[in-house]
Design a protein around this ligand. Sequence first.
Ligand SMILES: Cc1cc2nc3c(=O)[nH]c(=O)nc-3n(C[C@H](O)[C@H](O)[C@H](O)COP(=O)(O)O)c2cc1C
Length: 219
Amino acid sequence: MFYEPGKTPHGLPHDPFKSCVVPRPIGWISTVSREGVHNLAPFSQFQNLTFDPPYVMFASNQNTSGRRKDTVNNTEQTGEFVWNMATYALREAVNKSAEEVPSDVDEFDVAGVSKASSRIVKPCRVAESPVHFECAYHQTIRLPGNGTMGTVDIVFGRVIAIHIADDYLTADGHIDILKARPIARLGYFDYTSVESIFSMKIPGNDPRRLAGMEGSARF
Ligand SMILES: Cc1cc2nc3c(=O)[nH]c(=O)nc-3n(C[C@H](O)[C@H](O)[C@H](O)COP(=O)(O)O)c2cc1C
């Protein structure tokens, strides 16, 4: 099949686009408003962008009333957000935190998770999550879109502090991803979680390229 988005119909019962870009890691983002209300929401339009220094982004469409989401307002107003790893064990809480609730509602309570203070930023961490990034707001880029929710605010942040629960580190110093079992979005209402790992190295022995794969730019 072939179609041009927005120009020619795909002819399928559901739009296939989001099911092509999979699996999408989840940015489970906590923020706090200027008034001190704690907010929590998942964003599967999320990625790391680079690693030295580390930057991440999440892309937030407008809400069902066509307004900027609380996560974006809070991040821009306070200059801070926290990324929490969304795991299989926490999947129901992740889902509950996606409910559209008024801005004055504490979404840690809605999701039924506990708060852990961050070390540097004001937004709290999800205590039950094994990995967190404390982030400093960098910039927002807005892409125009169709319909009430189409316009998207892409929020960039620099990771200024990283927490990894000690019991999620293996003896050889890797994050125990199979233990954490992060979840990720597929298309439609579907998800996956990390249940297997395979390893490969780029052919050749260029130590700079291998260092880059491992996440070190300062070779
Ligand atoms: C797994 C999952 C992924 C989501 N990803 C996105 C996303 O990438 N962008 C977006 O705008 N909304 C996304 N949503 C919906 C938001 O989480 C939802 O609109 C939430 O209420 C926003 O909260 P806030 O208004 O407190 O910021 C997602 C929901 C779920 C359950």
